[in-house]
Design a protein around this ligand. Structure first.
Ligand code: HEM
Length: 140
């Protein structure tokens, strides 16, 4: 996917190329995993979007979200899950639903007491993925 340049250049040795400052600010893998847990819990009680998740393997979803964001934030991970367009296309996700999920992420980030600048950096990454997630006709 399009946001790959920050990632995939990090050797298993821990040698890093590129900017991993956001990954560090998020508390590395452990911090991201906790953040994604809070995020999934917020989604799970959100009437606006829960219908999309009723048949989802939540363990896998949590794991894939964590890996994906680890990679996108410059962490030493390689996302192994589904292509974003492929996995979301059939769901016909609206802009309103996308924004609801973003709100859930903000809730989770506030619970984790991340700084506003760290929150905004992560939100920018998600916002840039909107065109991969929202059903084509809905995009403005
Ligand atoms: C930028 C926002 C989003 C990101 C980064 C994202 C990321 C992901 C990732 C990494 C997966 C796992 C793929 C896999 O299991 O291989 C996934 C699956 C899924 N996403 Fe999203 N997603 C986003 C927005 C949304 C929205 C707005 C909805 C619905 C309102 C949604 C619904 C789902 C569902 C239901 C699955 C599970 C699919 C399945 O297991 O069959 N996602 N997403």
């Amino acid at each position: 996917h399009s946001a790959a340049p920050l990632s995939a250049t990090i050797a298993p040795t821990g040698l890093q190329q590129g900017d991993n400052s956001l990954y560090l600010a998020l508390g590395e893998y452990q911090g991201l995993s906790q953040l994604m847990e809070a995020f999934v819990l917020a989604i799970a009680v959100d009437e606006r979007v829960i219908h999309h998740f009723e048949r989802v393997d939540i363990e896998r979803f949590h794991q894939m979200l964590t890996l994906h964001l680890c990679e996108l934030t410059g962490g030493p991970c390689e996302y192994t899950g589904a292509d974003m367009v492929e996995v979301h296309r059939g769901m016909r996700i609206s802009s309103a639903e996308f924004n609801a999920v973003v709100e859930n992420l903000i809730t989770a980030m506030q619970q984790q007491q991340l700084s506003v600048s760290t929150q905004n950096r992560l939100l920018a990454i998600l916002a840039a993925m909107q065109h991969e997630i929202v059903y084509p006709q809905e995009q403005k």
